[in-house]
Design a protein around this ligand. Structure first.
Ligand code: GLC
Length: 484
């Protein structure tokens, strides 16, 4: 992989491929589709949580960290999937959720002292807010005390100041590493360690009851997250995972403030890019500080343009920009994360009635569209979330078409492997984001007009004819250029 980090494909397991017709995707379904990932050329897959869960947060409320949800398979099915992935040179990352468990985890009953509690009488003990809106405290009528939940009330937060909690989670990490997994995406890791004294966060202009997490990115929540002790907790996770494991942090902080996490982790999601609008200045401001990130040897940014929380790439940027956005994603320095279905241009789906997710993320999670049949090749049964437009957009149709979006992703991934190391922002053309890797130049035109660009050999462009003979780049287009 000269010059660029791995391409990771995010699998949302319940919506990827259903092998037994119950309408819910499963591990065997993923195993049967590994050849698609191999063909596409990605290096690794990250599985959103596959552990047993009462599904208050669709798997991010884990009730047993060392087993597989029976609706998705079994440990044996997991071992088969892992072995087949490794046979194809695909690494596999688990999603580790160390900040909170499900309220139905045995730990919550057997070891309530592993969680964060406060006695405060009538109201919540401080002003901390849940990422999903409202106070982060829930009153427990049986004890008369309050427990902390950084997300839904069904997700009580573990107390990482307690060594017994650290030990328990290290055992979880070792369990999966010994099984052969290659690393973890660490969920909500900025919420892992809180102020021991439970002091208030600074007063904020933002009201309670925020509907979406993204509002938090710029808020100073210095006591309810990212508190002193975070480095020690990360070091414990690293120690259990070993030096070879790939640790990817979901750190919901501005990149410059998240940088210290890279002393222990290998990758950090760049949330500024995930929230950016399709505007050259906004993108430049998101890219530059992240491209300059340093940390432990090999540490790098993880670029991401969509996931199961924030909506689809095609929807965010508009269809006319989806190829240029993919070119950006796959040519920046570091690691690139592709959310399942973005490679065929799936948009935000129809959602579900009644809703499955309480804060409205269903439409980012609808089933993968493998072919144009009634179940989209995803299921022979009734899908757990409705399908969107499988007849219009699906893997089978696009795979055979060299001009399709899917083929473009594949070409981009292949080209990425040939990019030399290095990154240097150029940005000398108005409205055009441009950067160099060695002698290769990437140009992405956001100006709304045709723009002159430096001459050279076009290695790949977003469309045939995007670079005209007079050396100008069409609007909405992008190209990778080598010197002639
Ligand atoms: C992360 C996950 C999100 C989940 C939350 C709580 O942000 O991506 O889906 O709801 O953590 O675990």
């Amino acid at each position: 992989m000269p010059g660029r980090g791995e391409v990771v494909y995010q699998v949302y397991p319940r919506s990827f491929a259903d092998s037994d017709g119950d309408g819910v995707g499963d591990l065997e379904g993923i195993r049967q589709r590994l050849d698609h990932l191999r063909w596409l050329g990605v290096d690794a897959l990250w599985l959103s949580p596959v552990y047993p869960s009462p599904l208050a947060d669709w798997g991010y409320d884990v009730s047993d960290y060392t087993d597989i949800d029976p609706r998705l398979g079994s440990l044996e099915a997991f071992d088969r999937l892992l072995a087949d992935a490794h046979d194809r040179d695909l690494r596999l990352l688990m999603d580790l959720v160390p900040c909170h468990t499900s309220i139905e985890h045995a730990w919550f009953r057997e070891h309530p002292d592993w969680y964060i509690w406060a006695d405060s009488g009538e109201g919540p003990p401080n002003n901390w807010t849940s990422a999903f809106g409202g106070p982060a405290w829930e009153h427990d009528s049986s004890t008369g005390r309050w427990y902390l939940h950084s997300f839904y009330p069904e997700q009580p937060d573990l107390d990482w100041h307690k060594p017994v909690v650290v030990d328990a989670m290290q055992n979880v990490v070792r369990f999966w590493i010994e099984r052969g997994v290659d690393g973890f995406r660490l969920d909500a890791i900025d919420r892992l360690v809180k102020d021991r004294e439970l002091r208030d966060d600074p007063p904020s202009e933002e009201p309670f009851g925020l509907p979406l997490m993204e509002h938090e990115l710029g808020r100073d929540l210095r006591n309810s997250r990212n508190a002193p002790g975070t480095g020690r907790a990360l070091a414990a996770l690293r120690e259990a995972a070993g030096d070879d494991a790939l640790l990817v942090g979901e750190v919901y902080l501005p990149t410059v403030r998240a940088a210290p996490y890279l002393e222990h982790l290998d990758r950090l999601f760049v949330f500024e890019l995930l929230h950016a609008t399709w505007d050259a200045d906004v993108l430049r401001r998101a890219i530059r500080p992240a491209a300059a990130l340093r940390g432990r040897p090999g540490a790098a940014p993880a670029w991401v343009l969509s996931n199961h929380d924030f909506g689809r790439l095609a929807h965010r940027f508009g269809r006319e920009h989806e190829r240029a956005a993919a070119m950006l994603l796959l040519t920046l320095p570091g690691s690139a994360f592709i959310y399942q279905g973005d490679e065929i241009g799936m948009g935000n789906g129809p959602g579900a009635k009644p809703p499955r997710d309480r804060i409205g993320r269903d439409s980012f999670r609808h089933p993968m569209q493998w072919d144009g049949t009634a179940g989209g090749g995803f299921t022979t049964g009734t899908p757990w979330l409705p399908l969107d437009d499988a007849a219009v957009r699906n893997v089978a149709d696009q795979r055979g078409d060299p001009g399709s979006l899917l083929s473009f992703y594949r070409d981009l991934i292949a080209l990425r492997r040939t990019l030399p190391a290095g990154f240097e922002a150029v940005d000398d053309i108005p409205g055009v984001v441009s950067y160099r890797s060695g002698d290769r130049l990437v140009v992405i035109n956001l100006s709304g007009e045709r723009r002159s660009i430096p001459g050279g050999e076009v290695l790949l462009a977003t469309a045939t004819g995007a670079v005209s003979r007079d050396g100008s780049l069409a609007r909405h287009a992008g190209a990778v250029i080598a010197p002639t």
